[in-house]
Ligand binder design. Structure first.
Ligand SMILES: Nc1ncnc2c1ncn2[C@@H]1O[C@H](COP(=O)(O)OP(=O)(O)OP(=O)(O)O)[C@@H](O)[C@H]1O
Ligand SMILES: [Mg+2]
Length: 467
């Protein structure tokens, strides 16, 4: 970040300084977790669901933080504002306005924001200093924290933007006004909160609505709800996808036995073959989005193809593929789940399985509202249709998956797999898997974050650790 005095932070946030020296310097990082505070940090005290950051202010200062951004005086150097989250937003915007020639790339969509943001960073880093957060920093806290990591050298700032309702993305675009706004897809994720896919689209459209006339909307030509956003922007539109009309597109897609895709990247500037290291055909779309942004920023297509081909996962638990010593492959996609990402994961594992025995260990997909029953059933059916050997549904919310799988996998059909099963929790799943997974199997583990299935993936990996 750029160094700031407490006086400058006071003026950016509209706060009041307590117990501190106005000339004291904050040199970063800005943190919301006191355990991450370092000498020179600013600790932002946020009252969350479980903990109140105000209780950790002295620990942060003890670790060297210069000051705290807080809602009340705390007996340590503090910039006191009414609402620290809003103060953090104002600070980020003020800092961004002081940075020189930086292009903000905002990325939204129902699935793949983090994966695409990581791919974009990997590509743009080859063209100039690039800042993007590791992980899913996509809300009113994560976005300003990402902005504050930038400094005067930064040329590209890649910001993930999530929406759980109307007005959220507009708010994030005020903190970090994008020059390039990327919309990946509109799926069923959070449809329960929005009411429908169309309502979800309206919320995501705020990103392209925020663009100025010199901005560029990068839109997925394969998703009708995304393409329909084109008239909503004042900026130029660049499209990506498999659609022949897309400006940046993929042809000749091939998927290898590890589920990794290769494709010809065709852009208005030229073409190059891309071989992804990331697992899952859905990354073609994410890679095209990154390539479209690179095209807007004039990065040569060969350089884009190379960077895409070298990119490995940066953020955890998204299609993390780990091979155990006994040849069991664990695909840990336990970060989250919605119908589109489960489909993508099942297709990947089907591509990886070849003649191997394959498992789909699936937990609940949350936040689907009225669509929940149908969507869980569709997943169970799809897993069987794709020929996965064994479906394991974990936890009550996932019961619809094993029920539908069992109905689809009726004896006498072409399905050669084993009886789909339901287990009540993570421990039961681990017990089953420890007893029944055999060397050479491929095991997908996936659910919404709240289901905690990463414990299943971790447990499986421990089981395979050398004695
Ligand atoms: N283009 C895509 N289509 C469908 N699924 C995808 C796509 N890209 C990534 N996924 C899958 O979606 C899941 C979430 O990926 P990722 O974390 O990148 O998305 P996100 O949009 O950032 O999610 P969140 O809303 O939780 O921040 C992973 O299982 C990933 O493999
Ligand atoms: Mg994310």
């Amino acid at each position: 970040m750029i160094p700031l005095t407490l006086a400058e932070i006071v003026s950016a946030t509209g706060g009041a300084l307590h117990d501190g020296d106005p000339a004291a310097m904050v040199t970063g990082p800005v943190v919301v977790d006191s355990r991450l505070a370092e000498p020179g940090s600013l600790f932002v005290a946020i009252k969350g669901e479980h903990t109140d950051g105000h209780g950790h202010a002295s620990a942060a200062v003890g670790s060297g933080a210069t000051a705290v951004l807080a809602a009340r005086p705390l007996g340590v150097p503090a910039v006191v504002v009414q609402d620290p989250v809003a103060g953090l937003a104002r600070l980020a915007r003020a800092v961004l306005d002081r940075l020189g020639d930086v292009t903000v790339v905002g990325v939204t969509g129902s699935s793949g924001k983090t994966s695409t943001k990581d791919l974009m960073a990997a590509v743009l880093e080859t063209a100039g200093p690039t800042v993007s957060a590791v992980g899913s920093f996509n809300n009113e806290i994560g976005v300003p924290l990402t902005v504050l990591a930038a400094d005067t050298d930064t040329r590209h700032l890649v910001v993930e933007m999530g929406a759980r309702g109307r007005g959220h993305i507009s708010y994030l675009c005020e903190i970090a006004p994008p020059g390039i706004g990327v919309v990946l897809n509109v799926g069923a994720a959070h449809a329960g909160e929005f009411g429908s896919r169309e309502a979800t689209a309206v919320a995501k459209r705020e990103l392209v609505e925020s663009l100025q006339t010199d901005g560029v909307a990068v839109l997925n030509a394969d998703d009708p709800l995304v393409l329909a956003m084109a008239p909503a922007t004042a900026g130029r539109v660049v499209t990506f996808g498999a659609a022949p009309a897309a400006d940046v597109r993929a042809e000749g897609i091939e998927v290898d036995d590890q589920g990794r895709a290769a494709f010809d990247l065709l852009t208005p500037d030229g073409a190059a073959r891309v071989r992804l290291r990331l697992h899952g055909p859905h990354h073609v779309s994410n890679a095209l989005a990154a390539a479209a942004v690179a095209h807007v920023l004039d990065v040569p297509v060969e350089q884009v193809a190379q960077a895409l081909g070298e990119a490995t996962p940066r953020s955890r638990w998204r299609m993390e593929v780990v091979e155990r010593d006994d040849g069991v492959t664990v695909v840990n996609d336990a970060y989250n789940a919605n119908p589109e990402s489960v489909r993508a994961a099942l297709e990947t594992v089907a591509a990886m399985s070849g003649g191997r025995r394959s498992w789909a260990v699936l937990g609940e997909m949350r936040e689907l509202g009225a669509a929940a029953a149908t969507e869980h059933a569709k997943v169970g059916t799809l897993a069987v249709r794709l020929g996965l050997s064994r479906v394991v549904a974990v936890g009550d919310g996932a019961r619809g998956i094993s029920d539908a799988a069992r109905e689809t996998a009726v004896p006498g059909t072409t399905y050669l797999g084993e009886e789909p099963v339901f287990v009540s929790d993570v421990d039961a799943a681990l017990t089953l898997l420890r007893a029944q997974v055999r060397p050479g199997d491929v095991v997908l583990v996936k659910a919404s974050r709240a289901a905690g299935l990463e414990r299943v993936a971790q447990g499986l990996l421990e089981a395979g650790a050398p004695a």
